[in-house]
Design a protein around this ligand. Sequence first.
Ligand SMILES: CC(C)(COP(=O)(O)OP(=O)(O)OC[C@H]1O[C@@H](n2cnc3c(N)ncnc32)[C@H](O)[C@@H]1OP(=O)(O)O)[C@@H](O)C(=O)NCCC(=O)NCCS
Length: 233
Amino acid sequence: MSAKATKSATAPRRVSGTDGETAAGAEVDGIAKAAILPRSPHGGRAILRGPHCRALSADALASEGINETLSIAAATEADLAAVAQLAGVVWRRHYPGIITPEQIEYMLGLGYSHEALRRFVVNDGAGLDLAHIGDRLVGFGAYYPVDGTREIKLDKLYVHQDYQGRGVGRRLIASAESVARARSCTALILNVNKHNSQAIRTYERYGFSVREAVVVDIGGGFLMDDYVMAKPL
Ligand SMILES: CC(C)(COP(=O)(O)OP(=O)(O)OC[C@H]1O[C@@H](n2cnc3c(N)ncnc32)[C@H](O)[C@@H]1OP(=O)(O)O)[C@@H](O)C(=O)NCCC(=O)NCCS
């Protein structure tokens, strides 16, 4: 089922790590130190239950030592500022050492303006899914159909550092994948920087493999030195 069908969140929501407020009440380097989602004793997979499960029951989570639920829901225009804010937090922490600070700011401007994000909300076949733990925005995934193919491109996938390695990314991918399967697409594809080894390893765990290497001119004097990875469906 598409996450678009499950939009239910109307209450005011917070962006993880950007409001100076945390579950534990502590903040380090501008990043909230969350305490609400401890790693599972069996390897940090506590909240992953597959694409058919939109959110675990409070009882199931409590048995894992987790006291708030993960939910995946489609974004609306009202969510876009929060998505851009979360992207800023994740990018400025993750990409130094992979691309220059100048390129980070350039790409944030390019990919996270209201107009750029709005396309995923309004364009036919595109989607922007949000991952919340309780009322906290902890991640997002965005995708669109590639013209002239039967493939869907996962254009963005980001999870706040305090929540990585706990299955949030897997649930976001599963959401895009279920949309792609429902449309009889043949593959889910994405671009990833060649030096982003953490993400490459993660995508391999998700079933992606490298299809080709590309260098993309994104303007402003910047290039993206990427792998295209694909997961056949
Ligand atoms: C890449 C990313 C989206 C993955 O999301 P995630 O919620 O951290 O990943 P998951 O918890 O679903 O983990 C998937 C697999 O990768 C491994 N993994 C990924 N990140 C990890 C981390 N920080 N710590 C431990 N394990 C990690 C897990 O072992 C897991 O494998 P398993 O399910 O077989 O145990 C997220 O880590 C992220 O935002 N990274 C920084 C930004 C980035 O590079 N985004 C991708 C741009 S193309």
